[in-house]
Ligand binder design. Structure first.
Ligand code: GLA
Length: 718
């Protein structure tokens, strides 16, 4: 059971999870410091940290700078300030006084609330920390309240401008060195893992695009530079937010390091009026031992236990017809593809872009969410019935946040798009972003999706978002809803998106949703809480995918990661990769098929059916088990292992990029097995000793040629 203990005589709070503790101390100056983040300490041990010598005097600055958990701007503190305000009279510094602390226990954990009040101005600040049972992940958020009441003459108090209101500032302990792990990317090349020595100064990871982004993902990990996949301490944090965000890793010249994460980006301002309250999204902090592998497994467990709505549900094998047909639609062709998919063992047929309005190409129709009358003269019903008749579920692509200027929706509501009155409206993929921050737009969007779901037997939505914000400004061009100095469009847009998704999910509990934003542009903990899987990338080239999936897996579990087998040569890279390799790569997540099945030979179709069946046999291990990245994609031979939580089965996916004459296929040492047990490979009849698999390894017999791969499924026999 997680524990949060208050030691009032020392002004200490000790938050203890399964294997770690986080210790907070309130100084005599009323400033909240982080005293410890690492292995477990009991309250008495934590209190002994107060006997340690204070940091050395540093002239011209606060020697504790960089150790504040509540990092409010002010005084001689020049490190990154997660909380920055402007009061109406221009005052910028915050002076907070401690008011109270509250610890509440609930079934699944405990929560600590530390409340502070501004000494002069009407602002209350709460720092909240939540620890769930069975986890070391700490969920931290801020709650800000403007306490101002009208004065004696009835004149309203002035609003407070929030420059930054970050969810958390995670203070790292003193390490020999500091190395930052992050993912960088672009469209078609998301989540590329990058590790680098953390430079001095502030390193900013961010999205200014209004969406989580392909370019960066809202998490970071820090180690001392020596951690490996298997060993070492790793400190990580992530932000649960799907709009613009900022994550600052600061290494101060005195070698003190913090990770601060929050929504919005500089300079986006919020205005807090009298009586108003603002609650930031959650930032999650997680300390682990056991290297990057253990860190990822702890994040996966956190996501499965506390983020996903249906963590125990197996995701179906899907077929998506996008790459096969693009905008070239007929019901007959979709039905024919559905027939082929069903014969392969596919469980969910998804019809992608091109079914609605005048959407016969990508320059028209977005916004008009009714079936194209020429293509679907009798609506979607006949196709859905056909798909259901084949025993598959039916899924549909939507992009509800967007509009093409060439659409009935835009012609009726040209003022509904994000824009600034005297700026051009930059189109991207011929489309504009609907201003979902407006209540009327959010209502319309909910209504359009509700009609689709209520009027059709849809089981699954692929919810796409294909362009970032530009020329984003007021909520309403006429100014009626716009408060100067309040950029709340960036925030209200996302809150309204969440509200629409939450409402649709509550009203249609059987519908599952895939998050997509031109591939993996909207992957984060908050969207993962409202959808069931994420399309990791439009890039379906299996060789590139190994890298994308490796980066994806650092924080997010395989259960969230959509992956398709498509045609070869790949339409994006032109690379030819054998069918087995394409399958084995896609099997490492949620297997889907996305190729033009009409062009696959009989031999390919029959192999595909075997592969789908093989995936289903190991699916519970991949989707619900634990993951060990045995060798990363930077190696000629790379591999991932998935093990059932009860240890009864394990599955290994191994990939050899290029053959070298004379070099034998290596043996692959496995993880997470019982050395005393024996494991049967039913495909070969061979029985392996756990001790041998763990030490010498699993002998691989890979097929000839480049891009050789295998799936080995072992069951414990004793
Ligand atoms: C985006 C998605 C693709 C596909 C197209 C359709 O690019 O990422 O998977 O749905 O839109 O236009």
């Amino acid at each position: 059971m997680p524990q949060i203990v208050h030691v009032p005589e020392h002004r200490l709070w000790v938050l203890t999870g399964v294997e770690s503790s986080y210790v907070l101390h309130l100084g005599r100056d009323e400033l909240l410091r982080s005293l410890h983040w690492g292995p477990r300490l009991d309250p008495e041990q934590a209190a002994s940290l107060l006997e340690f010598p204070p940091p050395r005097h540093r002239s011209c600055e606060d020697p504790y700078d960089g150790t504040y958990d509540l990092s409010a701007a002010g005084g001689l503190r020049y490190g990154h300030a997660g909380l920055q305000v402007r009061f109406a009279d221009g005052t910028r510094d915050l002076e907070l006084a401690f008011v109270s602390s509250r610890i509440s226990q609930y079934d699944a954990g405990a929560e600590l609330t530390l409340e502070f009040a501004e000494l002069h101005y009407p602002l209350a600040v709460e720092a909240r920390y939540r620890l769930h049972r069975g986890s070391d992940a700490i969920e931290r958020r801020l709650v800000l309240r403007h306490l101002g009441a009208p004065d004696a003459r009835g004149i309203a108090a002035e609003p407070i401008t929030l420059v930054r209101a970050e969810s958390a500032t995670w203070v790292l302990p003193r390490l020999e060195d500091y190395r930052l792990s992050q993912v960088r990317g672009q469209w078609n090349a998301e989540t590329q893992l990058h590790r680098t020595v953390l430079p001095y100064g502030e390193t900013l990871l961010a999205s200014r695009r209004g969406v989580t982004s392909h370019q960066a993902n809202p998490w970071a990990m820090i180690d001392d530079g020596t951690a490996t996949e298997e060993s070492g301490s790793v400190y990580g944090c992530a932000l649960a937010w799907s709009g613009s965000w900022q994550l600052t890793a600061e290494r101060m010249p005195a070698d003190v390091v913090t990770l601060s994460a929050g929504y919005g980006h500089t300079p986006i301002l919020r205005r807090l009026g009298p009586g108003e309250r603002l609650e930031t999204p959650v930032s999650v902090g997680l300390y682990t031992e056991g290297g990057f592998g253990a860190a990822s497994r702890a994040w996966h467990d956190y996501v499965r236990a506390h983020v996903l709505a249906h963590p125990d549900e197996l995701r179906p094998v899907l077929y998506n017809s996008w790459e096969a047909t693009e905008f070239d639609y007929t019901v007959k062709r979709q039905q024919a593809l559905a027939d082929r998919a069903a014969a392969l063992g596919v469980e969910l047929f998804v019809m992608d872009d091109g079914w609605f309005g005048a959407r016969t190409h990508d320059a028209a129709g977005l916004g008009d969410w009714t079936p194209n009358p020429d293509r679907f003269p009798h609506g979607l019903g006949p196709l859905i019935e056909h798909v259901h008749g084949l025993g598959m579920k039916f899924g549909l692509w939507v992009e509800p946040e967007m509009v093409n200027p060439d659409s009935d929706l835009y012609r009726a509501h040209p003022d509904w798009v994000i824009h600034q009155p005297h700026r051009r409206r930059t189109e991207n993929r011929n489309q504009l972003v609907l201003n979902l921050a407006r209540a009327d737009v959010a209502d319309w969007m909910h209504g359009a999706m509700e009609r689709l779901l209520a009027g059709n037997a849809i089981d699954f939505l692929k919810w796409d978002m294909n362009r970032p914000f530009s020329e984003a400004g007021p909520i309403d061009a006429d100014g009626c809803d716009y408060r100067p100095g309040d950029d709340r469009l960036w925030f209200d847009y996302i809150h309204n998106l969440y509200a629409v998704l939450d409402r649709l999910r509550a009203d249609h509990p059987h519908v599952r949703i895939e998050s997509c934003a031109s591939g993996g542009g909207r992957l984060d903990l908050a969207i993962a809480a409202r959808t069931d899987q994420v399309w990791a990338s439009d890039n379906t080239d299996a060789a590139d995918r190994r890298h994308i999936q490796h980066g994806f897996s650092q924080l997010y579990p395989a259960q969230l990661m959509g992956a398709w087998v498509t045609d070869s040569p790949n339409p994006f890279t032109g690379r030819a990769v054998p069918l087995d390799y394409r399958f084995h790569v896609a099997m490492a997540g949620l297997l889907g098929l996305g190729g033009d099945l009409d062009r696959w030979s009989e031999a390919e179709l029959s192999r595909a059916a075997e592969m789908v069946a093989a995936y289903k046999a190991v699916r519970p291990l991949i989707q619900l088990g634990t993951q060990h990245r045995l060798r990363g994609p930077e190696h000629e031979l790379s591999a991932v292992q998935y093990t059932a939580r009860d240890g009864s089965q394990t599955a290994v996916l191994a990939y050899l990029r290029a053959r070298r004459f004379g070099r034998a296929d290596p043996e692959l040492p496995l993880r997470a097995l019982d050395p005393a047990a024996r494991y049967l490979d039913a495909a070969t009849g061979r029985v392996h000793h756990g001790a041998v698999l763990l030490s010498r390894g699993l002998p691989l017999e890979l097929p000839a040629g480049d891009y050789a791969s295998t799936l080995i499924h072992l069951r414990r026999v004793e």
